[in-house]
Design a protein around this ligand. Structure first.
Ligand code: ZN
Length: 170
């Protein structure tokens, strides 16, 4: 078993994420988050702070936006005709919406406003531009297996979290 967190180690942890004093996410010891260290499964600032940590360590990390979900990009906002978006008549500002591009890729964004037959969608991550504060407890770690290393994510607990649909093991 690995003694400290380094690339190629699957880490399980409990955490609380706070943004502007408000709790925005968490995982508990009963239902921990698992991630592959070095796999960019978690934001870069948190991954860097966990390097070298051991089981039982508690870590308090403040991550600036550029090492978190990125700076807010005012260009990353687009307009769509309402008839391009299925169910547009039920949308309201603040709701999440999926938009498909010409190549069939699906992007998720939040509705800014709906005016004159146009839906304005903001594709920035909801936490872009925000300073993230994590309280983390390291619960466990193990060496990733070859398949996990190849995929770049752990397989044991996290099937619901990592999208394996386009991979050969499903
Ligand atoms: Zn996989």
């Amino acid at each position: 078993m690995p003694e400290q967190i380094e690339n190629g180690v699957v880490v399980s942890l409990a955490y609380t994420l706070t943004v502007d004093g408000e709790e925005m996410g968490s995982a508990t010891a009963e239902e921990p988050l698992e991630y592959l260290h070095g796999g960019e499964n978690i934001v870069p600032g948190l991954e860097a702070a966990l390097q070298g940590k051991r089981i039982g360590d508690r870590v308090s990390v403040t991550v600036p936006a550029e090492d978190g979900y990125g700076d807010y990009d005012e260009e990353d906002i687009d307009e769509f005709d309402v008839d391009e978006i299925p169910g547009a008549e039920n949308l309201e500002p603040g709701m999440m919406v999926e938009v498909e591009d010409d190549e069939g890729y699906i992007y998720e964004g939040s509705v800014v406003e709906i005016t004159d037959g146009l839906v304005v969608v903001d594709f920035n991550h909801p936490l872009s531009g925000k300073t993230l504060h994590f309280e983390v407890e390291i619960l466990g770690m193990r060496q990733a297996d070859d398949e996990e290393l190849e995929h770049g994510h752990p397989h044991s607990l996290a099937d619901y979290f990592y999208d394996d649909e386009e991979e050969s093991d499903k």
